[in-house]
Design a protein around this ligand. Structure first.
Ligand SMILES: Cc1cc2nc3c(=O)[nH]c(=O)nc-3n(C[C@H](O)[C@H](O)[C@H](O)COP(=O)(O)OP(=O)(O)OC[C@H]3O[C@@H](n4cnc5c(N)ncnc54)[C@H](O)[C@@H]3O)c2cc1C
Ligand code: SF4
Length: 313
């Protein structure tokens, strides 16, 4: 039986401690606020809240596991039928999608490549484009969507929704490169075990020329991993440091011995462009945050950006 979304919204109790949101929703969608705005005929505002919180709101309203999430935790469901928020969310997000203001911040001059146009790639591409990044999404398949398109059946998720996302992303200036495969020349920065895996994987995906650029005179990878990489045909360039990544490839400089300290230092008179189809950074498993953690102004700015509050005194 179809659910009447206005009736459903009227059944919502606007709980002060909404279980649907706090216990049920993995991304804490502000359900009572969305329902309140909807009931006040302020649907665009409700749609904006939904989209800001989750650019894939239209999709999630159809394919999330609502019985175990928002609706499974609704207080109304304890003694009767829960509020069917998924239907309300779908009505709002679907009707307003084309009308949402998706204007982007002025360009910050930085480019980002997103690999894969599944839900993760679509979401991060939208978020970064709105923050002023120039985003290109590379995808091996012909169309965007990942498993949403090629896994979930049409009767559960109409593919036309993904085409609407494609059009909106295009209008936001996000570039999409379909049928993209790692072909050609690959430069890898970093020389640990992860870099060996990346290099050997690139070879197995058909790359003809894979070179690992090493800052020092030896790799950090284990001897075995290094030997297998050499066996597979990976090339190594030692005493090279990355200067910048450009559209055509990467610029490297030589590292030369400082006559006073004996340590290797960058020699920028040797800056050279190495042309490559793909440049992959494979350094460290986590970002180094020592600068941020020691500088309190920076730490405050970081906490404000990430969590909306200041660092603990
Ligand atoms: C049959 C099925 C039904 C599902 N049903 C649901 C559901 O109802 N509800 C739910 O919440 N979740 C469901 N899931 C899970 C959900 O689909 C995944 O959690 C989600 O798709 C993961 O998103 P993703 O973007 O990380 O990866 P994916 O959807 O797998 O997208 C990855 C994309 O990256 C591309 N790609 C991969 N490698 C490269 C490369 N080297 N270069 C360029 N492109 C590349 C792929 O072609 C693909 O398009 C289902 C999964 C399956 C398999
Ligand atoms: S728990 Fe149910 S009744 Fe309470 S705010 Fe959420 S949807 Fe409304």
């Amino acid at each position: 039986m179809p659910v009447h979304v206005i009736n459903e919204a009227n059944r919502c109790l606007q709980c002060k401690n909404p279980r649907c949101r706090m216990l049920g929703c993995p991304i804490q969608t502000n359900i009572p606020e969305v329902v309140r705005l909807f009931k006040e005929n302020r649907m665009m505002e409700a749609a904006e809240i939904l989209f800001e919180n989750n650019p894939l709101s239209v999709v999630c309203s159809l394919v999330c596991n609502h019985e175990n999430q928002c609706e499974g935790h609704c207080v109304r469901g304890i003694k009767g039928e829960p509020v069917h928020f998924s239907s309300i969310e779908n009505y709002i997000s679907d009707s307003c999608f084309e009308r949402l203001d998706l204007s982007c911040a002025p360009s910050n001059g930085m480019k980002v490549g997103v690999v894969g146009a599944g839900p993760a790639g679509i979401t991060i591409a939208i978020i970064l484009a709105r923050r002023g990044y120039k985003v290109t999404v590379f995808e091996t398949r012909e169309k965007i969507g990942g498993i949403l398109r090629y896994g979930i059946p049409e009767f559960r998720l109409p593919k036309s929704i993904l085409d609407r996302y494609y059009r909106r992303k295009r209008d936001m200036g996000i570039l999409f490169r379909p049928n993209f495969e790692l072909g050609g020349k690959v430069a890898i920065i970093g020389a640990g075990n992860a870099a060996m895996d990346v290099a050997r994987t690139a070879i197995r995906h058909g790359s003809k020329d894979v070179t690992v650029y090493v800052r020092g005179d030896k790799v950090a990878a284990s001897e075995n991993e290094y030997n297998y990489a050499v066996l597979d045909g990976v090339h190594f360039e030692f005493k090279k440091n990355i200067v910048r990544i450009v559209d055509e490839g990467a610029v490297f400089c030589d590292r030369v011995e400082d006559p006073e300290t004996g340590k290797l230092v960058d020699d920028h008179s040797t800056d050279t462009l190495v042309e490559a189809d793909s440049v992959m950074i494979s350094i460290s498993q986590v970002p180094r945050d020592r600068l941020v953690s020691k500088d309190h102004d920076l730490l405050d700015a970081y906490m404000q950006e990430k969590f909306g509050n200041k660092s603990a005194e």
